[in-house]
Ligand binder design. Structure first.
Ligand code: KG4
Ligand code: ZN
Length: 342
């Protein structure tokens, strides 16, 4: 079954054709990073205008030699995300569905990220799965009992981890998006240079909070500027390493705390933009080894599947369709929703 995925929830215009929910036949992503680097973050109106320009060429490229008649369905991100960005993807998908009479499947963006772990994986993935989704816009611990069956065990009370990476990069004047830059600079820094706070919240809580950590970095930066006038390259590297260590320690520890509550878990999955972070992957692997846990640990096979892409939306669409074929109609219309819940 070939599905065309379409994703426009934030600042990537993406389309992809995926076969049977895992085999990626094409994966086209038009990134707006250069456009938003100038403003240090995404300006919704600017993002939406760029989606309008890129949507059809990106779909054209993703289809390659396939025509719409070769498709069994279209899957599109309904939300959450920037409403003006979402609407470009959902309108395009709805028009194609109506004109070409193709089945249309709406996908929740975080569910899409969860299915990035199925991409280009041939072997069966075993349930139940504990998923840590970490992106710029979301941060959850999710118990996945089967396809399309999700229970949120914990979530962020304020910023998502990726958002914290982006804001700290901005404080250090490092550029956008912050995650990849901070993780690169952190390699030459000392993670013990600054003692930054870790918000564990109430005992046993599986929720997250990164606003205190962000404020601690803000204070550190302000005090250093007041004392020295400039931020040296060494200071930036040490703050990056100390900050990254604090975020990764919280994420990895909370994942293990959740595992302790559900020892029947067969697999641990990491998904979302921050799943590209090598230190986070390493820390989780270390904890699995220390606690001698017998689980399969997965993160997306390709860095391109960590951040926003349409292949994950097509994969999610396939499994949602298989679970309930009658729910997804031809000649359908998907209305975007900025706060579409899991
Ligand atoms: O999943 P994604 O593309 O968009 C959302 O759904 O939000 O995630 C983007 C986020 C950004 O905040 C970016 O800074 C972060 O993922 N990110 C990283 C890394 N690569 C991307 N964070 C930490 N380390 C990375 N290597
Ligand atoms: Zn995302």
């Amino acid at each position: 079954m070939k599905i065309l995925g379409i994703e426009t929830s934030c600042d990537e215009t993406a389309a992809s054709v995926v076969e049977d929910g895992h085999l990626v036949l094409s994966n086209v992503i038009a990134s707006q990073i250069d456009l938003h680097a100038k403003t240090g973050g995404v300006v919704p109106e600017v993002a939406a205008r760029e989606h309008v320009l890129k949507m059809l060429p990106v779909i054209d490229e993703a289809l390659g030699n396939f025509g719409f008649d070769d498709l069994d369905a279209i899957a599109v991100t309904k939300g959450p995300g920037l409403i003006s960005s979402l609407i470009i993807g959902t309108e395009t998908a709805s028009v194609i569905s109506c004109v070409k009479e193709i089945r249309l499947i709406e996908v929740q963006h975080i569910v899409g990220h969860i299915y990035s772990n199925w991409l280009n994986v041939a072997e069966p993935i075993e349930f139940p799965i504990l998923v840590l989704t970490v992106s710029g816009g979301h941060n959850e611990l999710i118990l996945m009992k089967g396809h399309g069956e999700f229970e949120v065990l914990g979530e962020t009370l304020d910023d998502a981890a990726g958002e914290a990476f982006d804001k700290v990069a901005r404080l250090l004047d490092l550029g956008y998006p912050g995650g990849p830059i901070i993780s690169r600079i952190a390699v030459s820094g000392d993670e013990k240079a600054f003692k930054l706070p870790r918000a564990w919240l109430s005992q046993g809580s599986l929720d997250f909070s990164f606003s205190g950590l962000k404020t601690a970095v803000l204070d550190l930066v302000k005090n250093t500027v007041a004392a020295r006038g400039i931020l040296s390259a060494k200071f930036k590297a040490d703050v990056s390493a100390s900050f990254q260590e604090a975020v990764c320690e919280i994420l990895a520890t909370k994942l293990m705390m959740a595992y302790e509550k559900f020892p029947q878990i067969k697999e641990l999955h990491l998904a979302g933009g921050v799943s590209a972070n090598l230190r986070l992957r390493e820390l989780i692997e270390e904890k699995i080894a220390i606690f001698k846990i017998k689980v399969k640990f997965r993160y997306p096979r390709d860095l391109k599947f960590c951040t926003d892409n349409a292949a994950m939306i097509a994969a999610a669409g396939y499994h949602l369709y298989k679970k309930n074929p009658k729910a997804h109609k031809r000649l359908a219309n998907v209305v975007p929703s900025a706060n579409y819940a899991l």
